[in-house]
Design a binder for this molecule. Structure first.
Ligand SMILES: Nc1ncnc2c1ncn2[C@@H]1O[C@H](COP(=O)(O)OP(=O)(O)OP(=O)(O)O)[C@@H](O)[C@H]1O
Length: 270
């Protein structure tokens, strides 16, 4: 469990990124921090692994204050996946994935063996292991980024707009892969995005933020869709709300769900 307790962050130039933020993130589930640019999502995410230290309040992991833990050790046991994959350009795919375990004392041979398994896990062909990041597509790079985030077998995986830089088709594929992986691995995932559809697809819990890291609403996607707390929430999730209004049509005894434009969205289970 990750807990933010009355956390605030004012940067040295006086920018108040987060005013007073409290939240519990349950283990083995995905919490999405959703909000527009500048709402403080990345700042909050980075407080978990101490890439940013709060100026007030505390962040606790399983009851232990992260401020009392060494940042390097903390970062080695928390996976971090960012936009543009953050891969080391002069290292091969396999070395990128194996780096953190080797730094943590795992033998090179063992780390490489595990890295190959992780390529399978994230749906990458092992033949790509000896390539450099620039020799991969954007989607493949992001998969390597996810493999690297998982390399130390962390309980917590932080993901900062990890699929923001790839085209919509690849993005949809990566989202499905993450859902599959999460069903298998059950990590505590904290996922940052400004994309409502992505948030609703991936999140068990959604936390919609206004400026300053103020929580506009938190709940399951269904709860937020069913009863937006106020106009801000309704506006944020509602840009294409029309598409979210679904109806059931019966065709030859099969119940088909269609969206507001009459496009089929799926079939109801009998
Ligand atoms: N190092 C810094 N120094 C000063 N201000 C900062 C710093 N990092 C972030 N900020 C400011 O803090 C606020 C929150 O930034 P943050 O990156 O957390 O937002 P975000 O919701 O993740 O936005 P985005 O979706 O654009 O990444 C912004 O106003 C930003 O300009």
């Amino acid at each position: 469990m990750i807990e933010f307790r009355s956390v605030g962050k004012t940067f040295e130039d006086g920018t108040v990124a987060v005013r007073d933020f409290s939240l519990v993130l349950p283990s083995h589930s995905t919490t999405v921090l959703l909000g527009s640019s500048g709402s403080g999502k990345t700042t909050l995410l980075r407080m978990i692994n101490r890439m940013v230290d709060p100026t007030s309040g505390k962040v606790l992991i399983d009851g232990a204050d992260v401020a009392e833990q060494k940042p390097v050790a903390l970062r080695r046991r928390i996976g971090y996946v960012m936009q543009n994959s953050g891969l080391l350009p002069h290292r091969t795919v396999i070395d990128n994935v194996a780096t953190v375990p080797v730094l943590s004392g795992v033998s090179k041979r063992e780390a490489k063996g595990r890295a190959l398994e992780l390529l399978d896990t994230v749906g990458l062909d092992r033949s790509l292991a000896s390539r450099y990041p620039s020799q991969l597509s954007g989607g493949q790079q992001q998969r390597v980024g996810v493999a690297r985030g998982l390399a130390a077998d962390p309980n917590i995986l932080l993901m900062d707009e990890p699929f923001g830089a790839v085209d919509p088709l690849v993005r949809a594929e990566l989202q499905q892969e993450l859902l599959r992986l999460q069903a298998e691995l059950g990590k505590t995932v904290v996922f940052v995005t400004h994309d409502v559809d992505e948030a609703f697809l991936l999140g068990d819990q959604i936390v919609l933020l206004r400026e300053g890291g103020e929580i506009a609403q938190q709940g399951t996607p269904a709860e937020i869709l069913a009863s937006p707390a106020d106009d801000f929430v309704a506006g944020f999730i509602g840009a294409d709300r029309g598409n979210r209004l679904l109806r059931v049509h019966e065709i030859d005894g099969i119940r088909v769900v269609v969206d507001a434009h009459g496009r089929p969205a799926g079939v109801l289970e009998q």
